[in-house]
Design a protein around this ligand. Structure first.
Ligand code: ATP
Ligand code: MG
Length: 214
């Protein structure tokens, strides 16, 4: 079996990976936005795309249900990365991991005073490491979405979330107050598949690498 399965999430990852796939001569025959199919064929008979949640991409690739995939650095940090080889920064789906607070909250002062902060996030591992490195005491609250609501509803003093334009923060009267890291998406490859299917996989990886450098 030399068939290749590529795990992608729909939305920006799928859209921004299309030009890279095209550079490798791979064109999906359907758009997951309009098709309800979770397995999408491509112009290459031996290449298919599976559509999974962004946070599930590393899992599919780790267990070999997909040979390669595209996942954000945010997702990869939380997942860990065992069994995964991440050879390429694809420089797509770029944003920043930030600490954000309600307008008017004196975060720096609270930190200086050594106050214990309640921080809500989908990115518990990233948040824990960030505040531990700063020596700030935090109670972390795990959320799965709509982080912006947490400070407004009184669930948390601050959030750790991805920010691109800042529009969502602004609409909810929040401001970013600390930059944690720049985020972009990476190509992830199943380590065993890379050995067994190198003849098929390596040209795809190389084509992606050349397309990223353009
Ligand atoms: P879902 O929306 O299904 O809950 P998700 O939010 O993880 O899942 P996307 O919004 O498609 O899925 O985000 C996928 C990846 O794109 C994220 O893991 C992150 O790396 C990146 N990303 C998230 N938000 C932005 C943004 N505003 N601008 C650019 N890239 C982003
Ligand atoms: Mg999202």
């Amino acid at each position: 079996m030399t068939g290749i399965t590529i795990a992608l999430s729909k939305g920006r990852i799928f859209d921004e990976t299309l030009p890279l796939l095209a550079a490798a001569g791979i064109v999906p025959t359907e758009n997951p936005e309009t098709s309800r199919k979770l397995i999408i064929e491509t112009n290459q008979p031996d290449v298919r795309v599976v559509i999974v949640r962004a946070t599930d991409v590393p899992t599919y690739v780790q267990y070999g249900a997909a040979d390669i995939g595209v996942a954000g650095k945010d997702v990869l940090i939380e997942h860990g990365g065992e069994g995964l080889y991440a050879p390429l920064d694809l420089k797509i789906a770029k944003c920043r991991m930030m600490v954000a607070i309600p307008e008017g909250f004196d975060y720096q002062n609270a930190v200086r005073q050594g106050n214990r902060l309640k921080v809500a996030s989908k990115y518990i591992k990233t948040a824990r490491e960030h505040f531990a490195a700063k020596g700030v005491h935090v109670d972390l609250i795990k959320l799965y979405g709509s982080m912006e609501l947490a400070p407004l509803a009184g669930l948390a003093d601050a959030i750790v979330d991805l920010v691109s334009t800042g529009g969502t923060l602004k609409a909810n009267k929040l401001v970013a107050c600390e930059h944690i890291m720049d985020i972009s998406s990476r190509l992830v490859v199943n380590q065993a598949a890379l050995k067994v299917k190198r003849e098929t996989l390596q040209p795809i990886i190389d084509a992606f690498a050349r397309a990223v450098e353009k």
